[in-house]
Design a protein around this ligand. Structure first.
Ligand SMILES: [Zn+2]
Length: 272
């Protein structure tokens, strides 16, 4: 009882202070580290669930954007914040927009993006990519899978492929965010996916400060299809987090078409 009253007292008095201190980040780190372990034995899972429940009790999780307390089924960003991120309504418009930006021969027939660029989705992608908030891939992948539902796709003639990172960048980051998103889309749609078919063979500088022509030049011959038989006569849905001018995805699509893919769709979380 004494312990419980101490915890309750601590919770009431100190939670507001903890919210504005480095503690949230520390707690998140501890929680993420533990969750990422691959130890799946029962005593460990019981201990993990106890630690997580205790941490949630002492320090309830808050939305990283609006700072409101998260519900049981919410992770990192609350549903209310997600609902304020505007969706892309017409994939036909996205295709025309990218086609105009590219100023180059195009190797895809469709562009599907889930969200328009907005501060909320920009934060979500940043957290997924650079802050190891991998759980955000679930929500992002789920919404992207919904966007694919309008397309009539033949399961055995379609394959999902994430835009690959160079092995050096994968090593630096520890994962490819597009692969994480792709895995969720595959699970939601039942479509096959592979992150082994196409590789990035050249380390390229960041595209952010380059114009459309420089971007196309930067990614020229950066990709190589390793298993052409797996894309031959197939519709490839190329998956990435953000599409800006489309030059990276177009360079990938070029390699896929060259190696026998019948068509390529570009599927991105965000259209910037
Ligand atoms: Zn929120």
């Amino acid at each position: 009882m004494l312990l419980l009253s101490i915890i309750l007292d601590f919770n009431v008095k100190w939670t507001p202070l903890i919210r504005w201190s480095p503690f949230p980040i520390l707690f998140s780190c501890i929680k993420m580290r533990i969750s990422s372990q691959q130890l799946l034995n029962l005593p460990y899972r019981v201990l993990l669930s106890l630690v997580n429940s205790t941490l949630n009790f002492i320090y309830p999780p808050y939305c990283i954007i609006c700072n409101s307390q998260l519900a049981e089924n919410e992770r990192i960003i609350c549903n209310n914040c997600w609902s304020h991120a505007p969706h892309v309504l017409q994939s036909f418009d996205a295709f025309n927009e990218i086609k105009t930006k590219l100023k180059d021969e195009i190797y895809f027939s469709t562009v599907i993006s889930a969200w328009e660029f907005s501060p909320i989705i920009q934060t979500a992608i940043h957290l997924l990519k650079y802050q190891s908030y991998k759980v955000l891939a679930n929500r992002i992948g789920f919404v992207m899978a919904e966007k694919l539902n309008n397309q009539s796709l033949l399961m055995d003639k379609t394959i999902l492929i994430p835009v690959p990172l160079h092995k050096t960048r994968t090593r630096e980051r520890g994962y490819n965010q597009s692969t994480l998103i792709c895995q969720i889309i595959a699970a939601e749609t039942g479509l096959n996916y592979s992150d082994k078919i196409i590789k990035r063979i050249r380390y390229t500088q960041s595209q952010t400060k380059l114009n459309a022509i420089e971007r196309a030049k930067n990614v020229e011959n950066a990709f190589k299809v390793i298993f052409p038989e797996q894309v031959r006569s197939k519709l490839v849905i190329l998956v990435d987090d953000v599409i800006t001018t489309g030059s990276t995805m177009n360079a990938c699509a070029k390699e896929l078409i060259k190696n026998g893919a019948s068509d390529v769709f570009l599927l991105s979380a965000v259209k910037a």
